[in-house]
Write a protein that binds this ligand. Structure first.
Ligand SMILES: Nc1ncnc2c1ncn2[C@@H]1O[C@H](COP(=O)(O)OP(=O)(O)OP(=O)(O)O)[C@@H](O)[C@H]1O
Length: 293
């Protein structure tokens, strides 16, 4: 039985369409990443899957049940989770969370210790009020992931985490997967694709692609050869180019085009480098920005 089944799911807020005809399944034991730009519908989807929001139409099943009936089987890290009890410490948070979930005192103490160790929380006994936003976020993640649930929904788990802690989180998630199923949302497209078995690309409330990251990249970027990143403004006629802050990304369609682009940029004196394509380029160059797929 799939862990999550979604068929033709739609949801609007008043006249605003947040999700349109979304369908996908998550098999038990896999990590699925829901990715997409701001306003794509990621949080709306997670809220529906976790019984916080009712869909307008469509079928949603979590382990074969309505999400509200499956509440005991999953845990959620919401996007806007906060630590409200400022005098409690990270260790207290994990401990009381486990106690609320039915663990006995000794077991909760032991698992809380394991959770703080696993995440390298060396501030486990300091009150939450003394911690930075990222430190609190990491403590709450450790709390949620200590649950030993069959299914985890993590909405933007990496928000506020520095690169080292993001990598730590990916490591912890990869260890959990197999016995647990994980559905997470993130803006870090490249990182998410490196840990997820499959990704769901959402844009404007619609599924633009669903599958293994490398297959999606191959399908959507099949006409492109590589990416030339110019560290400055460069305008070259006849090539697929996108501005990215101060940089310009130029997408050659062949090795010959790449050589042509490199020669042209050398003449401008702007520094540059040639890179391989990543799933991020699906959004930047692969036709998902035009809203017509
Ligand atoms: N409570 C609400 N009332 C009205 N519109 C809403 C509400 N919540 C979300 N929306 C709209 O629904 C769409 C999808 O929002 P959602 O929060 O699901 O996107 P998201 O992909 O999670 O975005 P982000 O990456 O910015 O968190 C957006 O256009 C948003 O403006």
């Amino acid at each position: 039985m799939p862990a999550v089944e979604v068929e033709n799911l739609s949801k609007s807020y008043g006249s605003k369409r947040a999700l349109s005809d979304v369908s996908f399944t998550v098999e038990e034991g896999e990590i699925v990443g829901v990715i997409g730009p701001n306003g794509a519908g990621k949080t709306t989807l997670i809220r529906i899957l976790t019984c916080l929001l009712k869909p307008d139409s469509g079928k949603v099943r979590v382990f074969g049940r309505n999400p509200c009936e499956a509440r005991g089987l999953f845990v959620l890290l919401p996007q806007d989770v906060k630590a409200h009890f400022y005098t409690l410490t990270p260790r207290d948070y994990v401990y009381h969370y486990l106690r609320m979930r039915g663990a006995k005192r000794a077991e909760a103490r032991e698992r809380a210790e394991k959770a703080v160790q696993e995440f390298g929380i060396d501030y486990a006994d300091e009150p939450m009020s003394m911690l930075s936003g990222g430190m609190v976020r990491k403590a709450l993640l450790a709390m949620v992931l200590s649950a030993d649930a069959k299914l985890y929904f993590l909405d933007e788990p990496t928000v506020g985490l520095d690169v080292e802690n993001r990598l730590k989180l990916w490591e912890v998630l990869r260890e959990k997967v197999g016995e647990s199923t994980i559905v997470l949302t993130s803006h870090y497209l490249n990182e998410i694709s490196s840990i997820c078995d499959r990704v769901l690309l959402l844009k404007g409330g619609r599924v633009r692609a669903f599958g293994r990251p490398e297959e999606i990249a191959r399908e959507y970027l099949s006409g492109l050869h590589s990416k030339v990143v110019a560290f400055g403004e460069v305008s070259l006629d006849g090539f697929l180019a996108r501005k990215a802050g101060r940089n310009t990304y130029i997408y050659p369609r062949s090795k010959a085009e790449e050589r042509e682009i490199v020669e042209a940029i050398k003449r401008t004196g702007v520094p540059f480098k040639v890179e391989g394509l990543t799933i991020e380029d699906v959004f930047i160059a692969g036709g998902l920005d035009d809203g017509d797929r």
